[in-house]
Design a binder for this molecule. Structure first.
Ligand code: 1CP
Length: 373
C-alpha cells in the first residue's frame, strides 16, 4: 500500500493541487450551497456490519484494534466508497475513542455495545479526568486520515468527525448506551458547575481533534450530537448551546488561521430527535445541519432558513422495505428539497446492522438518477 508523501492541505492554486478535485465535488459544492448536477449522497455508518467485507475483517480483529490500525481503518473507509459509489468518504473511527485517554476505561463488549468502566459519578470525578493531546494519544486517527486521503480517488472528499460534548458526556455519565439519560440529566441538574467543566474539557479536546483531522486531510467535519434530542429546549440553551457555539466558531477560525486564504472547512452539525431544537442548532452557525426523518426535510429546512445546507433524512428502517417503497420515499425527500441548493442526501441516522446491501446500492443509484438535472 502506498503511503502519502504530500498530505498537507494546500490553498487552491492554479498549479495541480491534489485537493482541488474534492473541493469541486458535488458534496463540497452542496456544503457551500452551490448548484450541483445531482444530489450528492453518503451514509452515516456506510462502513459496518451490513457489509460482508467488513464482517470478514472483524472476524480477525476487534473493533478497537480496527480503529487503531490506520491501514485497516483506511481500507474499510475506501472499500465502502468503492462498493457503494457514494459521493463522500467518512473516516472509519468512533466517537468514543476520544474518551479512552481520559481514563474512562473504554471497551466494546461483544453484542452489548460500548462500556465505560470508570464512569463519572460524582462532581469530583470530573477533576480526575486526565486532559491530553489528541495528536499524540489518538494520533492513529490522523494517520488513518492521511493514508485514506492518499488512497481515495481525488474527487471524493473525506469527512472527519467527532462526538459533540453532550453526547460524549452522556456515555461518560451513563457508563454506556442509554434510553432515558437519567444519570446524565440528574448529574447535570445536581452538579451544574462540574457538568459545565466536563463540557468545557470535552469541547477543548473536540476543537483540537477536529483541527488536527483537517490538517491531516479531512475536507469537512461532522459533529455527532446523536442523543441531544433528549433535552428540553430550555435545558439545551442553558447546558449545551454555548459549548456548540464555541466549538464551531473555534474550528472555523482555527482552520482559517492555519490556512490563510485556503478553503473553508465545512462543519456538519448532526443530531436526532432535534425538531424542537433546530433554531438552537442553527444559532451555532455550522455550514450544514443534519436532520432526522421525524420532520419532513422541507419543514426542517424552513425552520433553520436558507443560510444552511441540510443533510438527510431517510429513515434507516426504510432500507429494509421493498425497493418500490424506498423509491417512493426517496422521491418524496428529493421533491421536498427541489429548488434549493445545498441538499446532501443521507439517512436520518446510521445504517442498521442487518440492512440489505443491495438496497443501500439501490438507494444511491436512485438518488443520483432522480436528482440529475
Ligand atoms: O463491528 C462492530 O460491531 C462495531 C460497530 C461499530 C461501528 C461500525 C461501532 C460501535 N462504531 C462503528 C463505526 C462508527 N461509529 C463510525 C464509522 C464511520 C462510518 O460512518 O462509516 C461513526 C461515524 C461512528 C459514530 C458513532 N459511534 C456514533 C454517532 C453516530 C450515531 O450512530 O449516532 C455513536 C453514538 C457511536 C457509539 C457507538 N459505537 C459503536 C456502537 C454500537 C455505538 C452506539 C451505541 C449506542 O447505541 O449508544
Amino acid at each position: 500500500m502506498e503511503t502519502s508523501q504530500n498530505t498537507e492541505p494546500k490553498t487552491v492554486s492554479k498549479s495541480h493541487n491534489p485537493w482541488a478535485a474534492a473541493y469541486e465535488s458535488a458534496f463540497m459544492k452542496a456544503c457551500r450551497r452551490e448548484k450541483t448536477e445531482y444530489t450528492p449522497i453518503w451514509l452515516m455508518r456506510q462502513a459496518g456490519r451490513y457489509q460482508a467485507s467488513y464482517r470478514a475483517i472483524r472476524e480477525k480483529v476487534s473493533f478497537l484494534e480496527l480503529c487503531k490500525n490506520p491501514k485497516l481503518a483506511s481500507q474499510v473507509t475506501v472499500q465502502a466508497v468503492e462498493d457503494l459509489q457514494c459521493d463522500a468518504a467518512i473516516i472509519f473511527a468512533d466517537i468514543l475513542l476520544l474518551l479512552e485517554p481520559l481514563g474512562a476505561g473504554l471497551e466494546f463488549a461483544k453484542g452489548d455495545g460500548p462500556v465505560i468502566h470508570n464512569p463519572v459519578k460524582l462532581a469530583d470525578d470530573v477533576k480526575r479526568l486526565r486532559s491530553y493531546s489528541t495528536a499524540s494519544e489518538i494520533g492513529y486517527v490522523m494517520d488513518a486520515i492521511k493514508l485514506t486521503r492518499s488512497q481515495l480517488p481525488e474527487n471524493i472528499p473525506l469527512i472527519g468527525f467527532s462526538g459533540a460534548p453532550f453526547t460524549l458526556a452522556s456515555y461518560l455519565l451513563e457508563g454506556g448506551a442509554s434510553k432515558n439519560f437519567e444519570k446524565t440529566k440528574i448529574f447535570m441538574y445536581k452538579n451544574q458547575e462540574a457538568f459545565s467543566s466536563l463540557m468545557t474539557l470535552l469541547s477543548d479536546l473536540i476543537i483540537e481533534y477536529l483541527l488536527a483531522q483537517a490538517a491531516s486531510g479531512a475536507q469537512a467535519v461532522q459533529l455527532f450530537d446523536s442523543w441531544v434530542g433528549c433535552l428540553s429546549q430550555s435545558d439545551y440553551e442553558l447546558f449545551v448551546q454555548p459549548h456548540m457555539m464555541r466549538i464551531i466558531t473555534a474550528i472555523q477560525n482555527g482552520h482559517q488561521a492555519s490556512n490563510p486564504g485556503g478553503a473553508h472547512l465545512p462543519v456538519i452539525h448532526f443530531g436526532t430527535s432535534t425538531a424542537h431544537l433546530l433554531p438552537n442548532l442553527a444559532a451555532a452557525k455550522s455550514d450544514v445541519i443534519g436532520l432526522d426523518w421525524r420532520l419532513p426535510l422541507n419543514k426542517g429546512w424552513d425552520i433553520i432558513g436558507t443560510d444552511f445546507a441540510v443533510q438527510g433524512n431517510l429513515d434507516p428502517v426504510v432500507l429494509f422495505a421493498p425497493q418500490a417503497e424506498i423509491k417512493k420515499q426517496v422521491q418524496l425527500i428529493l421533491d421536498q428539497a427541489k429548488g434549493r441548493n445545498g441538499h446532501i442526501f443521507n439517512l436520518g441516522h446510521g445504517i442498521l446492522p442487518g440492512t440489505p446491501v443491495e438496497n443501500v446500492k439501490y438507494l444511491i443509484e436512485i438518488v443520483h438518477e432522480y436528482s440529475r438535472i
